[in-house]
Write a protein that binds this ligand. Structure first.
Ligand SMILES: N[C@H](CCC[C@H](N)C(=O)O)C(=O)O
Length: 295
């Protein structure tokens, strides 16, 4: 019997990016890849990312947050999921303990993040500083300037889909800049590029159309989750990549299929701040049956 059977979870979303929040503080329970896939497959708990709240591992943190994709893989960053975790820790009585919070320090495998409540459904997450060295993305081959890496989407799209920018936001991103977002079938070449050998850890694949110096349209094929309605870390990567190519300034609204995120790439410390909404949909408990057969 899985230790997760009967555990309470929250079904949330960040601009339609499907999130399940699970509080495992005070326990030694860990979630296996198979259990994560079983949760994602169940109609009451479908997710793009599972956000697991664990006891803090170091001083000064409110919690350690583990991020899992619905293929069972771990991720180092999830902007939409972090906003949902912040809502749970600030607002959801069983998780917040009824303490009214508006500022959190959250550890992830990629480092310490901070989050602030703007209002009951809107949060800001400091996603930390982007990294650009080819070894930090990571890339298999050395590229001195990761604003342009030699990669094309495939024989059909090659004439316009090539030379993306690579950015690490705690997780790996490749951002292709295009003139017309709707002219490309991301569902077709997204999985090919996600798993391209140039990305030893795979990558999140984005198409970005710059509408103005302060507005970007974005579609994302997420590593370990596929096409999603929104991807917070990709929105951060797209703004940073656009600013590095001088397409935009250091602040923009990023419009995803699920809605808009406000992104600021702060000059003082190079941190990227992501602000957007969260939605709490329902809570439930995991039925024991969904873990039958999951290790
Ligand atoms: N699929 C991503 C993690 C979730 C990113 C996205 N949902 C976000 O809001 O940042 C990865 O494996 O790096």
């Amino acid at each position: 019997m899985s230790a997760l059977a009967g555990r309470r979870f929250l079904k949330m979303n960040g601009l339609g990016n499907r999130i399940v929040v699970l509080d495992l503080r005070g326990t030694a329970i860990t979630v296996s890849a198979q259990e994560a896939r079983a949760i994602a497959a169940h109609p009451r708990s479908p997710f793009d990312q599972l956000m697991i709240i664990h006891d803090p591992r170091g001083p000064g943190a409110d919690a350690f947050i583990r991020i899992m994709n619905n293929d069972g893989s771990d991720a180092g960053a999830c902007g939409n999921g972090m906003r949902c975790v912040a809502w749970a820790l600030c607002v959801d009585p069983p998780i917040s303990g009824g303490i009214d919070r508006d500022h959190l320090r959250l550890e992830t495998q990629a480092g310490m993040l901070e989050a602030w409540m703007r209002d009951q459904t809107r949060f800001t997450v400091d996603m930390g500083a982007p990294r650009f060295d080819w070894q930090d993305i990571p890339l298999r081959d050395p590229f001195p300037d990761t604003r342009y890496i030699e990669l094309q989407a495939g024989p059909i799209d090659a004439p316009v889909l090539h030379s993306p920018s690579a950015v690490n936001m705690g997780n790996p991103h490749a951002v292709f800049f295009v003139d017309d977002l709707d002219a490309h079938d991301l569902a077709r070449f997204g999985p090919l590029l996600e798993n391209h050998p140039i990305f030893p850890d795979r990558a999140n694949i984005s198409l970005a159309q710059v509408l103005s110096p302060t507005r970007i349209r974005l579609k994302v094929w997420e590593r370990g989750a596929g096409l999603t309605q929104a991807c917070g870390s990709a929105a951060c990567a797209a703004l940073v990549a656009a600013a590095r190519r001088k397409f935009t300034g250091r602040e923009a609204t990023v419009s995803l299929p699920g809605g808009d995120l406000d992104i600021v790439w702060r000059e003082s410390d190079s941190h990227v701040l992501l602000t957007g909404p969260v939605e709490m949909e329902w809570e439930d408990r995991f039925p024991a049956g969904i873990f039958a057969g999951a290790a």
